[in-house]
Design a protein around this ligand. Sequence first.
Ligand code: 5GP
Ligand code: ZN
Length: 118
Amino acid sequence: MATSRPDCLFCKIVAGEVPADVVRATDDTVAFRDINPQAPTHVLVIPRDHYADAGEAARAGAGVMDAVARDAHEVAAAEGIAASGYRLVFNTGAGAGQTVFHVHGHVLGGRGLQWPPG
Ligand code: 5GP
Ligand code: ZN
């Protein structure tokens, strides 16, 4: 369901009610630097509309995840890591480390990234 949730931190960032270091904003998405970066580039890309996680956004079938992936790549290009390589991560569910339940893609790069991740 595409709505804004008054109790959601990332909806508040979309609304400008919570400050963030925004690096890209489109009609569909907002991208901002993670407050606790895990790599030299660590940007979160979120849809403006509220979906709890990647599965919910994907099932909505409205191109939400397409927009997030496209804009994540644009962020990576702007950050100069598209060619060297970056990781786009969607922690989905508390057991996978999701702590903010408004879907967000982590764009990580600028250093060597191990595989498999922890
Ligand atoms: P998750 O653990 O849900 O995959 O990722 C949530 C991310 O949001 C974490 O990397 C965390 O550092 C980041 N985060 C949490 N609160 C804020 C905030 O208020 N501002 C920003 N920019 N990032 C935040
Ligand atoms: Zn939200």
